[in-house]
Design a protein around this ligand. Sequence first.
Ligand code: ADP
Ligand code: ZN
Length: 521
Amino acid sequence: MEAIIQTNARDVLHQYFGYLSFRGNQESIISSILAKKDTIVLMPTGGGKSICYQVPALLSEGLTLVISPLISLMKDQVDTLNANGIPAVFLNSSQSISEQRHISEQLKKSAIKLLYVAPERLFGGSNPLIEFLQEVPLSLVAVDEAHCVSQWGHDFRPEYLKIGTLRKKFPKVPFIALTATADKRTRADIADKLELIKPQWFISSFDRSNITYRVTPKLNAMDKLMEFLDFHRKDSGIIYCLSRRNVEETAEQLSAVGLSVLPYHAGLPRETREKNQELFIKDEVKIIVATIAFGMGIDKPNVRFVVHMNMPQNIEGYYQETGRAGRDGLPSEALLFYSYQDYMTLSRMLDQAENKDFVEIMQEKLQRMSSFSQSNVCRRKYLLNYFGETHPDECGNCDVCFQKGKQQDMTIPSQMLLSTVARLGEVYGLGYAILVLRGSKSSKIKAEHQELSVYGIGKDRPEDFWKKLGNKLQQHGYLAEAGSQYPTLKLTELAWEKLKGKEKILLPMEESFSEGKERKL
Ligand code: ADP
Ligand code: ZN
């Protein structure tokens, strides 16, 4: 029996999707559904989740209902399915009454294999679809982006909670819940809130081993970006910015140096957005500079790099966005610029949200994102651990790993800088501490700090050196930013220990985007 199903599944995969074999645990997932078991799938972006319910949909009699949160995503999926000769439709509020009626008729005639719908359309309105579906033979219910059911998720949608009521309404139909991002609490919620019965879990590794992770302080960001792009001259990539204005400015700066680039954000007219996206997908334009509005449901296999000019709100978002790189499995890169200012901006934005419980959870997630950025643990280890996976070894393919073994003895200048911060009472930022350290002749600084033993002791070295050292000391946990109005620096426990014990301070000072490049050859 199993063998027959699997042969059929492979035929369907080949005939409708043009693929020769299943990937990862797609095949076991499909068997679980065909055995009518509730199934939960955790698979990273690009892992191939859709096949897991699309193939069973074609192998079963009746209709597969796909619940998905995003209208734009649905249309895209349905278009692709139709192009492969699969009868699929979506229903949403943007369609005319007659269009909707036409679809209902087709559904009644069992002419459709997959119906995509948002939960609002399923349960809401004067004519909820759910009533209608009682009359149609259902073979499977697929809940896409299932993390939306959880308050712990980064993308909670209250309407998703109603999906739980479906389980009892269709007792004989198997349910499959799929997501690319779920920490432990969210996972438990998915099974619970969707009221799944003894679900079979399929958890793929979240490791995207072909992606090189790099995080760098946002200092001379434009120069660093140019250097990075220099390694990607012919490549496609996405550059994310927090605001529309940043998108526009960055896109202009990059065009000005002759790069093939277009902007994308919600403030642009729809036609412009669609055109820009289209050009990017067709490789007619190489780089898209965008807000996070861009990328949902875009299936472009050869994205070679994803840059975050600003820190994302949480690790889930970061992983999802960086996951758009390298879907084809070839070496790709993710570069994140970190700054304390961005952290503060995001934190303030979050505080404005109304639901206070939600604010607390999101602040916690932001905190984790920020510690990730500043941590000197192997990036991959950190990320996988966040998603509940253990990665035994250092990955050898992230900035932290590249810097290991390239340490320099920076004890003396570090002591100078740390002492300056301490003597200044830990109430100033890095720039100010450097002015004092280099013995600035400004009358204010002279008047207030000339008497300090550290005044001017660092004048032999240029400002840039001190800035870089300050950033390294921060990155490696010797200095921490504090303060809400202005970022001020303070010494960490680690720094005090090193100073008191007169211990060596070793830091990797040379950072280059060429590290790890040899892997490409
Ligand atoms: P997800 O929803 O997990 O992000 P998708 O379902 O969009 O991923 O699939 C990602 C890409 O992988 C798509 O281009 C898809 O067509 C492709 N894909 C999925 N399964 C296979 C397979 N078995 N063999 C080859 N390519 C596959
Ligand atoms: Zn690593």
